[in-house]
Design a protein around this ligand. Structure first.
Ligand code: NAD
Length: 257
């Protein structure tokens, strides 16, 4: 039996990059998938992932237009999962880099927007998912997308680091709260993964520091969305049945070496 048979998942930011690969991997492992994003098309171009899943796998996929800064949108995404078969897995993956540069140059409005998406969006996603999972009394797995930048300080993306560190602590606190109800809460901390975020928004890949960035990674390659999706599949599955309040780093060894 596939790892996620009979499970239903919501993935925020599921149209592009890492979230897109999570949606696809979940579907190939038997899950029904709700892709919740600002738009169905991926930022990197191509066909909407929910259509690919419907065409090429045995799983069901739907798209829900969702801005994670809007509680009602998150509620609609979770409701779509309830309509499919009930919410088992919530992946709070949507995120932005936000303002890049020295702290003096950070525009307060950009800072607020970063907090709205990366902190409040994840918090509300946890709140809405928890409410539904508690009512259903069938446990669940909540996965919050943090970053290596939530474990170590990154100069010139201090708002992002602040948000990603906060996501980690939200994860631990909530895991303690809902563990007695069989709901697991974990965070994933990717290093440099090749997506629009690292090729366009904050171009480590293709930028002038690319060689140095690669040299810092013991496995000597940048991560691919699939590397993160595989870990997200493990955490969502019953193979991780006794794993909660955990942070898993997916960075080719960079952070600890
Ligand atoms: P991406 O930009 O390729 O994809 C992000 C997706 O989130 C897009 O589809 C976008 O439309 C969506 N999104 C943005 N704001 C949203 C909002 N308000 N509501 C709903 N959806 C929204 O980025 P990615 O690299 O796939 O990043 C996914 C997550 O992984 C983010 O939380 C990011 O911080 C985290 N992360 C990425 C890396 C990396 O190297 N790429 C490293 C560490 C952590």
């Amino acid at each position: 039996e596939p790892l996620l048979a009979n499970k239903t998942a919501v993935i925020t930011g599921g149209a592009s990059g890492i979230g897109r690969e999570i949606a696809h991997t979940y579907a190939t492992q038997g899950a029904s998938v709700v892709v919740a994003d600002l738009q169905p098309e991926p930022r990197e171009g191509g066909e909407p992932i929910h259509e690919i899943i419907d065409d090429e796998t045995d799983s069901t996929a739907t798209f829900v237009e969702c801005d994670v800064t809007e509680r009602g949108d998150l509620e609609a995404a979770v409701e779509a999962a309830t309509d499919l078969d009930g919410l088992d897995i919530m992946v709070n993956n949507a995120g932005i880099v936000g303002p890049v540069g020295p702290i003096q140059d950070v525009d307060p409005a950009d800072f607020q927007q970063l907090l709205a998406v990366n902190v409040e969006g994840v918090f509300t996603g946890c709140q809405v998912a928890t409410e539904t999972m508690l009512e259903r009394e069938a446990g669940g797995s909540i996965i919050n997308m943090s970053s290596v930048a939530g474990l170590v300080g990154y100069p010139n993306i201090t708002p992002y680091s602040l948000a990603k560190g906060g996501i980690r602590m939200l994860t631990y606190g909530l895991a303690g709260e809902v563990g007695p109800h069989g709901i697991r809460v974990n965070s994933i901390h990717p290093g440099v993964i090749e997506t629009e975020m690292t090729t366009t928004d904050f171009p480590i890949i293709g930028g002038e520091d690319e060689d140095a960035a690669l040299e810092a990674i013991p496995l000597r390659r940048f991560g691919q969305p699939e590397d993160v999706a595989n870990v997200a599949t493990f955490l969502a599955s019953d193979w991780a049945a006794h794993v909660t309040a955990e942070s898993i780093v997916v960075d080719g060894g960079e952070f600890r070496t």
